[in-house]
Design a protein around this ligand. Structure first.
Ligand SMILES: Cc1cc2nc3c(=O)[nH]c(=O)nc-3n(C[C@H](O)[C@H](O)[C@H](O)COP(=O)(O)OP(=O)(O)OC[C@H]3O[C@@H](n4cnc5c(N)ncnc54)[C@H](O)[C@@H]3O)c2cc1C
Length: 365
């Protein structure tokens, strides 16, 4: 069978890997990823040799299955733990300041940053990932009961599909034949977010900030920043401590719309509020900006239930279509992994129990 996975973020890669583990090798799995790299919002880079994160910096490992999975991927020796003795982030609210709960309880990351996880999955899926492949339409194919996948004015056929894109893309791909589902997906809000990561000389960091993993700024205060993480102090990354990596988050508090801020605006707010809130007076030695417009879906409990019901309805109609991602099973990386595994398992069972289905035309490379 031909199985197409649309989206090479952690959800799509986990589903593809799980299918690869469960299915016989004569099934063809292809992951179509729009970008030139895998991982989606999981984005780790190096600045002056230091690990910096443009997306998540913490994998919460609260359950044994996730520890076992990390071992299966042979990532145990690359695990990085929170630095002992670092105090948890303090909170700034309209009421004043308080000590926040420890945000890194049961949290880990990796030696090369969080992106080591999707990169390892990509290694395991060697030859099955097509980068720079934007899918523009997904349609049921009445003749084969599979799906037509449109890309670059070409149409590929797949017997089964895992759709693992953010909600607005899933909506666009399916709106023509699932208008009610599309309307439901329209109700999911996404506040665009931006992050600034800067490296600072160690002596430019005030002692209080140096001793904490960062701080949070709640809504309603005079400041616009959402939070600041002292990345290189929070984690025991292997670096020599010459620089300290600070990263600030923007966009959660209305009326901030980071899409209207230029990079210069971002850097101005970053410098000004780091000074106001934590006494950082120096400029960063080097900095970088990350922008996410469709990350972090905002879903209330009612929506969550309706979306879950819809998934079940769709699954009854199309047992060969698995829809996964942060808007389905929860925003955290661990939730995305779990949801993708469950959906892939269901799909694998469907595939395994298909009697003698013909393998469809493999897509051209
Ligand atoms: C700034 C930030 C910080 C976060 N911090 C944490 C944290 O510390 N801990 C935590 O647990 N979670 C955190 N999260 C949440 C978590 O990172 C995400 O919810 C999760 O990584 C989403 O993964 P995904 O695969 O579902 O989606 P994505 O990562 O969005 O992946 C979707 C993929 O689909 C691809 N795609 C889109 N359209 C198409 C198309 N038409 N054709 C082909 N491919 C397409 C995209 O390029 C992308 O690679 C954070 C998120 C953000 C944005």
């Amino acid at each position: 069978m031909e199985i197409a996975v649309i989206g090479g973020g952690i959800s799509g890669l986990t589903a593809a890997y799980h299918l690869q583990q469960k299915l016989a090798a004569d099934n063809v799995i292809r992951v179509y990823e729009a970008e030139r790299q895998v991982g989606g919002v999981i984005r780790s880079d190096r600045l002056l040799g230091m690990v910096v994160e443009g997306g998540p910096d913490t994998l919460f490992v609260k359950e044994d299955w996730l520890r076992e999975w990390i071992s299966e991927l042979k990532l145990d020796s690359d695990i990085v733990y929170p630095r002992p003795g670092i105090k948890s982030a303090w909170r700034i609210t309209t009421e004043g300041e308080s000590t926040g709960p420890s945000s890194t309880d049961q949290g880990i990351t990796f030696r090369e940053g969080m992106a080591q996880l999707p990169k390892r999955l990509a290694e395991k899926l060697k030859g099955k990932i097509k980068l720079g492949s934007t899918i523009t339409l997904l349609q049921p194919d009445v003749e084969t009961t599979g799906f037509k996948i449109h890309r670059d004015r070409r149409i590929y056929l797949a017997d089964a599909v895992v759709l693992a894109t953010p909600a607005p893309i899933a909506r666009r791909l399916m709106a023509g034949w699932q208008p009610t589902w599309a309307r439901e997906l329209d109700t999911i809000g996404h506040r665009p977010r931006a992050l600034v990561v800067g490296l600072y000389a160690k002596d430019a960091i005030p002692e209080r900030l140096y001793q904490h993993s960062g701080f949070w700024n709640g809504p309603g205060t005079p400041w616009l920043m959402d939070a600041c993480t002292v990345l290189s102090r929070k984690w025991q990354y292997p670096d020599d401590g010459t620089y300290v990596a600070l990263r600030t988050f923007w966009g959660a508090h209305p009326p901030v719309d980071v899409r209207t801020w230029s990079d210069e605006d971002m850097m101005r707010h970053h410098g000004q509020e780091l000074n106001d809130l934590a006494g950082v007076k120096a400029d960063p030695v080097v900095s970088t900006i990350y922008r996410w417009n469709q990350a972090l879906p905002q879903i209330d409990l009612d929506q969550q239930q309706r979306i879950a019901d819809w998934r079940q309805t769709l699954l009854r109609l199309y047992p060969n279509l698995a829809i996964v991602g942060a808007f389905m099973g929860g925003v955290g990386v661990a939730s995305c992994i779990k949801d993708a595994m469950t959906a892939a398992e269901q799909l694998a069972q469907w595939i395994i129990h298909q009697p003698g289905r013909p393998v469809s035309v493999p897509p051209g490379s």
